[in-house]
Structures are given as C-alpha cells and as structure tokens.
Design a protein around this ligand. Structure first.
Ligand code: SAH
Length: 236
C-alpha cells in the first residue's frame, strides 16, 4: 500500500485536510496509509530541543542534524524516497508526482525555522523539493500539497470520470475551459461546439483551447510542448 511517513514537529497538522473528500475516503478505506513521526520525540534533552542558533550568526534558528537523523533512522528504511520540503528544492511537477504515486510512497520531512542543518541532507540522502517560489513558515503545508497530489492518482481514489489523463500538465498543456449548466449565465452562453453533440469537434476545440491557454499563460510549458511536438510530427 502507498504510504506517506511525515516527520514534523507538528504531527497534529495531519491528516488535517487529507481526512476529507477523496483523500480522506481513500485513507478510511485503506487505499493509502499515513503515519507521523514527531521530531521532538527524538530530542535528547529534557527540554526536547529541536533547534539551535545558526553557526556564523544571523537571525532565526536551525533544526539540529542529530535530532533529525534520529527521527529519520527511527522511520522504516524501506526504500521509499526521502523528500525534504524546501524552497531551494526542485520545483514539484505533475511528472514527479505521477512517478511518486507509482512507487511505494514517500518519507516527507518538514522543516521549520530557517531550515535544517546542511550536513543532514547529504548524510541521509534527502531529495529537496519545493512547492513554488515563495516561502512558507514550515514544510507541513507543502507536505500536504505533495501527498494530496499523489493520493488522487492512486488506483481507485478518483472516479473513472476523472481519470487524470486529460488534466492540466498530463500531456504538457494546461487544461481546456470547462462549462456546465445553466446554458446561459449572465448573458453568456456555453460555446456552441460543446452542446452540438459532435465529439470530434469537441475534441478538436478542447485541444485548440488547451494550446491557446498554454501559449498565452505559460511560455515555458509551451516551448517544451512545441519542441516535443516537433520531434514527433505525426503525434502532436
Ligand atoms: N530560510 C529558508 C526558508 C525556511 S522556511 C530559505 O530562505 O530558504 C521553513 C521551512 O518551510 C523550510 O525548511 C521548508 O521545510 C518549508 N518551506 C518553506 N517554503 C517552502 C516551499 N516553497 N516549498 C517547500 N517547503 C517550503
């Protein structure tokens, strides 16, 4: 079973929103598992200290390598990737999420304060991953985002109507626009092609809209998509 093990000084933040909706139902029915390791329980002193002042000075505190190492070593060494939530990490992509969802799960380490002692990252082979170019106050919300994105791809979690195959990023494009009833909203009709019943026209319109939106909004994705399409001209 796909398993997320989260190392945090705030285990009470989990499952949090993952107890609700699709992820929560799947957790309840045993389609995936979640366990938390309280980093503080691995502190060696009577004050349960997990942080200390930065070497070289400066503001804030740094999470201690020895405490985190004990917390990591106490978690099962079963080959799952160890991911450190970090704004310096590789930005998470749907491709990385899909690869993680295909595996056995992940051990997710949540930083706090100014981050964690650099020596621990190499010593325990942590892979740094980021949820975007902004700074959160801790890794927990990033961990929730990562786990949620993985869990919805696990077999049996999403209905088959939402297979994920046509979603944003699935083929390198943003998703086409969606509409539902009422047929006219504040004077604006649903585009005719979507109500005309011609499935091949619908498909062509959706592809064209997905391409237009990607070109307009995400030149980075568009460049990658165009390069790929140029390599396989028969399969755009
Ligand atoms: N001083 C650090 C920021 C620390 S923020 C720096 O400038 O890089 C505290 C913790 O929040 C980090 O250790 C990390 O676990 C988490 N965090 C903050 N922003 C994040 C992001 N964009 N992606 C993933 N984790 C993040």
């Amino acid at each position: 079973m796909w398993r997320a093990t989260v190392l945090t000084i705030f285990p009470e933040m989990f499952p949090g929103p993952l107890a609700l909706s699709l992820a929560g139902k799947a957790l309840g029915s045993g389609l995936w598992a979640l366990d938390m390791v309280d980093i503080r329980a691995h502190a060696g002193d009577k004050h349960h200290t997990v942080d200390d002042t930065p070497a070289g000075g400066g503001p804030g505190m740094v999470m201690k390598a020895d405490v985190l190492a004990r917390a990591i070593d106490a978690s099962p060494a079963d080959g799952r990737p160890r991911l450190l939530m970090s704004p310096r990490g590789a930005p998470l992509t749907q491709a990385r999420i899909a690869a993680l969802a295909k595996g056995d799960g992940a051990v997710v380490i949540c930083g706090r304060y100014e981050g964690i002692d650099e020596r621990l990252i190499a010593a325990r082979g942590l892979e740094e991953v980021s949820v975007g170019d902004y700074v959160l106050s801790g890794g927990e919300i990033a961990a929730l985002a990562l786990i949620d994105a993985c869990v919805r791809l696990l077999p049996g979690v999403m209905g088959k109507e939402a297979s994920g195959a046509e979603e944003s990023f699935a083929d390198g494009l943003l998703e086409y626009p969606q509409y539902t009833r009422p047929a006219v909203f504040e004077g604006q009709p649903i585009p005719d092609v979507l109500t005309g019943g011609d499935h091949s026209k619908v498909k062509a319109w959706r592809r064209a809209e997905a391409e237009r939106l990607t070109r307009e909004r995400r030149p980075d994705l568009w460049a990658a998509y165009s390069a790929k399409a140029a390599r396989k001209p028969d399969k755009p």
